[in-house]
Design a protein around this ligand. Structure first.
Ligand code: CS2
Ligand code: MG
Length: 415
């Protein structure tokens, strides 16, 4: 940029800090402050990585924050490139979650400075609201369907179904608390047991019963949680075709993106993947090969709004839609950012919405609201979310791990 060009007024970053709080589960939040006196402002970013929270807190406090002080908060892209390229060691969930937190906070600051809700800065709303799906689960098929009917009465038009597996003591997605599902359940990892042969026949039975009870004017989804081989996933996708799922999620682990080529050859059940991805490079082949239908990457784990917009733009070229992850371990700061992002992109698919507890909502007051199966971010300047720091301080960090999973012969598998 030549020296003669007029420069926009800088918004100097004066301070930044990490707030770790545990209102029932751990959350990590970055707060970036700009300006002084009457011109002072701040922005928030979610930096929560379930089971590895303190790694991101340290990455921000010990490595990123010192490089932010004195920078112009308006330069979101330059700061993103500085943190991504400047790390030398690129990508990974810890690095990209830390960069995401900075990115969210800077977008929050910029939209506040502009006096508009963030979605307006991202190009305005492409839709009137963000359609969401809820989680119905139960030990039995009957209990799961009863939960689904409760979600229908709450106004949801899309519902994920997860039921217990006969012969297995526990399985993914089935929780004691029906509304507030939190998988990080131990000061050391809980050891779960898994059996694909017990699981595979149970899922079509669940959806056959669900369609009989719920009918066809509700979208139904299922999360396999990375537990099958590609040919097992192909068989499950084919077995579920009569029940017309909205998507079958994480049917296999996706380090090898080619896994989905085999699944795709055998089934027309729509495929979703990506909640554990942290950059466009994790899903480029999946999208360009049209091997999936929904990309589940999130604002908090995939480099923030700046990077997620790149993923959504690539996906749009290949008829792939977004389906952002939205579990309880993504804070209300991430949910707020996701809603502004979802409103503004042309190829939005569906947003996951696992409700937070009232304790969490009190720590993170927010403008977003639910009505008739949709969420809307509200129209407050910025993200429309805050953090009550004195209240957050009352909930100290409490180490908690996600479970691990072993087959019945004791060998490790994916949780
Ligand atoms: C799940 C998550 O919501 C989902 O789709 O895959 O609940 C996931 O198990 C947790 O976010 C892990 O922390
Ligand atoms: Mg999932």
């Amino acid at each position: 940029m030549s020296d003669t060009q007029p420069k926009a007024a800088a918004l100097t970053i004066t301070a930044a800090r990490v707030i770790v709080t545990c209102p029932g589960r751990n959350f990590v939040t970055l707060k970036i402050e700009t300006g002084t006196g009457a011109g002072a402002s701040y922005g928030l970013g979610d930096a929560t990585l379930n089971g590895r929270e303190l790694s991101v807190a340290s990455y921000l406090t010990d490595h990123i924050i010192p490089t932010l002080i004195g920078r112009d908060a308006h330069q979101i892209e330059d700061i993103w490139q500085y943190l991504y390229r400047g790390a030398y060691w690129r990508r990974g969930p810890v690095t990209m979650t830390a960069i995401a937190a900075v990115d969210m906070a800077l977008w929050d600051i910029k939209a506040k400075a502009a006096g508009m809700p963030l979605y307006q800065l991202l190009g305005g709303a492409c839709r009137t609201g963000v359609r969401v799906y809820g989680h119905a689960n139960g030990e039995s098929i009957e209990e799961t369907i009863a939960e689904a009917q409760r979600y229908r009465q709450m106004g949801y038009t899309a519902i994920r179904l997860q039921a217990g597996v006969p012969g297995l003591p526990t399985t993914y997605g089935v929780s004691r608390d029906k509304m507030y599902y939190e998988p990080a359940d131990g000061a050391l990892p809980t050891e779960n047991r898994w059996s694909t042969s017990k699981y595979l026949p149970s899922v079509p039975k669940l959806f056959e019963a669900a369609r009989a009870a719920l009918g066809w004017d509700v979208d139904l989804l299922h999360d396999v949680h990375h537990r099958l081989t590609p040919i097992e996933a192909a068989r499950l996708g084919r077995d579920l075709e009569p029940y017309r799922l909205f998507w079958l999620e994480d049917s296999v682990a996706a380090e090898n993106q080619a896994n989905f080529r085999l699944i795709r050859q055998h089934t027309t059940t729509p495929l979703a993947v990506g909640e554990v991805f942290n950059s466009i490079w994790d899903c480029k082949d999946l999208i360009e090969g049209q091997l999936i239908d929904y990309i589940r990457t999130t604002v908090v784990h995939a480099g923030g709004i700046t990077h997620l917009r790149r993923i959504a733009s690539l996906a749009d070229l290949y008829a792939v839609k977004t389906g952002c992850h939205g579990a309880t371990d993504l804070s209300p700061v991430c949910m707020a950012a996701a809603l502004h992002f979802n409103l503004s992109i042309p190829n939005f698919g569906l947003q996951e919405y696992m409700r937070h507890t009232s304790e969490t909502d009190a720590v993170f007051p927010h403008a977003y609201s639910f009505a008739n199966g949709f969420l809307h971010p509200g129209n407050e300047p910025g993200l429309g979310v805050d953090i009550d720091e004195p209240l957050a301080a009352k909930y100290p960090y409490k180490r908690a791990y996600l479970p691990v999973n072993r087959l019945e012969d004791g060998s490790m598998t994916n949780w």
